[in-house]
Structures are given as C-alpha cells and as structure tokens.
Design a protein around this ligand. Sequence first.
Ligand code: F0G
Length: 456
Amino acid sequence: MATKSRVDKILLRCIGCGAVTTVSESGLACVKCDDLLEVIFPQSADAGEKHSDFDAVALKALWRQRRASHLAMDESGVWRFREVLPALGERHGPITLREGNTPLYELSRCARSAGVRQLYAKHLGMNPTGSFKDTGMTVAASFAREDGFRWVACASTGNTSASMAAYAARGGMRSLVLIPDGKISWSKLSQALDYGALTCQVETDFDGCMRLLSEIVSRMPIYLLNSINPFRLEGQKTVAYELLEQFDWRVPDHVIVPGGNLGNSSALGKALVEMKELGFIPKLPKLSVIQAEGANALVRTVRETGGKKLVPVQADTMATAIRIGNPGSWKKAVRVLEATGGTVEQVSEVEIALAKAEIGSDGVGCEPASAVTLAGLKKLLRQRFVDPDETVVLILTGHLLKDPDFTLKFHRGDLFVGTAHEEESEILAPQQRGPMVLEASVDAVLKVLETAEKTS
Ligand code: F0G
C-alpha cells in the first residue's frame, strides 16, 4: 500500500479550515474538518519553490517547443505543461493516452443564432476516451500508481468511469466502478466494460453511489478517483493553459462550463487564478457555470444562501452526465465565481436539446451535458450579463457519440413524448432531422433530394 514517496512532498490545503497537510497525513480529505483539499501551487518558498522560479515567457516557449517532440510526456497535452503540475516521482512516470491537445473551434452558426460576435468551443470530447475526464485522470491515476495502489475506484454518471477504467488498465491497476442503475448512457457503460473495470450498476443515483464509495474506500486500500481527489483537478487545470495558448495568450472575455459535481469549473478557475498570479495572463476571464434546471444545486446554493451553504437537490435531467444533486466541489466552485466575476444559471431540458442540435449543425456535436453551455449563453445574453461584443468560449465536455440514444430520439421526435415538456418541445421541430426509410430505388432518393433542395 501507500509507501513514502515524492507524493508526500506535495502540500495540500483544506478549503474549509485552511490546515496545510500532505497525502500521507490526511489522505484525500482534511483530518481536522473533513472538508476537501487542494494542491498548494505554487508552493511557498520554504517548500522549495518560489514564484520567481517561474519565467512565464520562457515556459510559454518551452511548451510550444514540446509540441514537436515525440516523448510520451511531451505528446500528452497535460504533461506538456508539467511545470504547473505536482511533480510525479521517477518510479513509474505518467500513465498517458496522449490526452489533451483538444481543438478550439469557431462556432459561426451558433454565434449568429445566439447573437454574439465571437464564439468558440474548446472540445474536450476529443480526448482519448471522449470526455474531459482524461485530462485529470492521467494525473490522479499516475499518483495512485506512484503511491503503490493496486485498486482505484469511482462513482460515476459514466464519463469518469470510462476514463478511470482506461487509465487503470494502462497503468496495470484494477478498477471498481459504481454507476447508477439505468441512468447512464450505454456507450459510457460499454467503455468501462471493455477497459476491464469491475462495474457495479447500483440501485441508487450518483449521490447514493458516492456515499457508498466513501465508506468502501475508508475500509479498503482503494484509491478514490472522483473529482474530490485534488490531483484530478490539477490535471484538469491544463485545459485552461492549453486554451490560452490557443488564443496566443490573449484572454477571452468569458468561459462557460457545465456544472455537475463541480470539479471541472473548480479546476479551470484554479488554473486561471494561478495563471494570473504567475504572470501568464494580465487579467481573468469571467467563468460562468451552467446547470440543468433539474440538477441545480449550485444555482440554488448561490441564490438562496449567497454561496454559504449547499442546497442539495433530488437531481433529474436527461443530460445524465450532470444528474447530480449533492455536488462535492461546490465550495471550490463558489470561490471561482467570486474570483472571476462569473455567474451561475440554469437551463431547461428543451433548451438543452435545442442547443445540442445547434452545436451539431456547426459540424461539431457534443453530448447533452455539454450543450448546457450554449443554452446558458443565450440566457446570459438576454440578461445582458454577456455583451454581444464579447469573445466567449464554451467548454464542451463530452463527445457526441457518448449518448447516441438522446440524439436519435431527438431527431426522431421521440425525446419528450409522454413527458411534462411535450408541448414546449414543439419548437424543436425545425432542428429535427430524422432518418427516412425508402424503397431501394434511384427515383425514391432523387425525390427526397429534390424536396430537400426546395426547403433549404
Ligand atoms: N459534462 C460531462 C460530459 C460530464 O461527464 C460531467 C460530469 C460534467 C459535464 C460535469 O462536470 O462534475 O466536473 O462539474 N461527469 C461526472 C462523471 C461526474 O461521473 O462522469 P463536473
């Protein structure tokens, strides 16, 4: 099990009481108050590293240069930025699937329909297992192996489990997955199975899976890989570095992120704040978090308690990736909203479905949870929180093929049949492009083409 290693030199701070600790003292939660920990970066001078060790200009050049290298560490779009990650020991090196290096697309049609001048999508669905989870998993799984663990585990709405199973397999570890029975997409489930995870469909929701797992990891030598693990967030930080690099270090006005367990918004916010502190960027973009109306714990927490006390909810949304009612990283996310001047908003099921089809029309596509970003942007524009002249980046977290059922039902017009949203969903008709069943003749296809030409 856990042996003394370089991991112990990494200092962690409790986000509740501020106590400074190490993994060997505390594990992944504060021993004093049980709140979440975060990696202290940059570490204070007495821990051996000073702010002045960071030459932002030189690092920007070095990171760009590494793009031409074929070393695994450099081909990874996460480890390429290793100077801003906690240092891994030399025993094994990182477990990498060459994650990161994800594209930044301009969304011109979506920009026009939303009414904003410059709209971009940073597509994290283009990671090796199809979601943003890989950028954090490469780091946390590598630390698990470095620390001598044979088993890793997570509770998941699907993407974390797919990612964890892949990295565990690559790193020679076993993995345990707890997923809510029947409430995750089968394509994510199939990934976990193929990568060899011990996969349990549990008769509860994500929050219930999380509760069970916390108890299990306290009894067994199993390393928890949910986003309450601070090393996951360190890896996810590199998304912000890569994004700024793609903008040639010009800071966009606004970054919009989907919110579930709130690890991703916390990680991106931490990265941006550190980047400014270290002199990589002169100012912060606003970072706003969008949730589904049916899974709106952060929205309620901010609106009803000013961000002071979590308001948990019984989560329900077709965007199953963010079907989470008791988000682990809510305090970190509130801090990010405060630091960057961003906001939190919620969107309806129909708004999510519409936005997803619109992103598809730009030839990009994403899974439903990612589409809350565009739906949220439209709302923030209407509220004038976002100005039409701003440069906005949507963080698309998962690949279109992560949830084919949703997409097929949407285009066939079945998605909302028999639900409370049926009437409201009539506005979706112009976006629905269901497949046509035809007889096998040239004429039949030509007739369809002719009609399409007239209506386009
Ligand atoms: N988008 C996708 C595609 C996700 O899979 C998730 C979370 C989120 C957004 C929300 O990110 O939790 O960091 O706020 N998926 C989890 C999972 C929790 O188990 O795969 P978050």
